[in-house]
Design a protein around this ligand. Structure first.
Ligand SMILES: N[C@@H](CCC(=O)N[C@@H](CS)C(=O)NCC(=O)O)C(=O)O
Length: 206
């Protein structure tokens, strides 16, 4: 398997961490797709990351769809989400808040990265930042309730934990002015616990 995408991409990083936790070996090409789209486009016409090329040459796109497939390949006993019921819903709802934070932090970050100064629309940047803050505060409450456990109450780490921690680390990196650790101290402590795990360390933020 080959995974394309720099780990600054939180979507790529959450896939890489899941693959690592599931003991699924993969080659990693940490390219920055905006600068070097062609190797990705060869497998994915959207030229977006993450793109995971399987050993048979087929390509998987979209982080949630990739995670769904690698969980299926791992089987229900090893998958990073319960197979059914409310426990599964809880895992994916928390993961969804994580993804929402990733998207909103990404869009706020892109506003200045891809627009010349005179075309930056500050109200749009502020709109996205406010949603990042709201999402972080929500997950802070979840982390507080979880205490020393996992966020969705699972016995082992799940997609909820991976996505929440990856989202927090990403927001802290690309939106430092939001002071993510100060506004979400319980989430910050939870993220520090996750970032200390070997699977997170194997997929570091650049
Ligand atoms: N919903 C997608 C988001 C992927 C995404 O936004 N990837 C960015 C990098 S973080 C990308 O490839 N951008 C290149 C582009 O859109 O042109 C997922 O979860 O995989």
């Amino acid at each position: 398997m080959k995974l394309y995408g720099v780990y600054l991409s939180p979507y790529t990083r959450r896939v890489a961490i899941a693959l690592t936790l599931l003991d699924m070996p993969f080659d990693h090409d940490g390219l920055r797709v905006f600068e070097t789209p062609e190797p990705v486009r060869a497998h994915n016409p959207l030229a977006r990351v993450p793109t995971l090329v399987m050993d048979d040459g087929s390509a998987l796109v979209e982080s949630w769809a990739i995670l769904d497939e690698i969980d299926r390949l791992a089987g229900p006993d090893r998958a990073l989400a319960p197979a059914e019921g409310e426990a599964r819903r809880d895992v994916f709802q928390i993961a969804a808040y994580g993804v929402g934070i990733m998207e909103k932090a990404q869009w706020a970050f892109y506003e200045r990265r891809f627009h010349p100064e005179e075309k930056v629309h500050e109200p749009w940047e502020a709109h996205n930042d406010a949603q990042v803050v709201a999402g972080l505060k929500h997950l802070d409450g979840v982390a507080k309730s979880a205490g020393d456990g996992w966020l969705a109450g699972t016995e082992t780490i799940s997609h909820a934990d991976i996505s929440a921690a990856v989202a927090h680390s990403f927001a802290r990196t690309v939106r430092p002015k939001l002071e993510a650790d100060k506004i979400a101290p319980n989430l910050a402590a939870f993220t520090a616990r996750c970032e200390a795990l070997p699977a997170f360390k194997a997929c570091p933020l650049p």
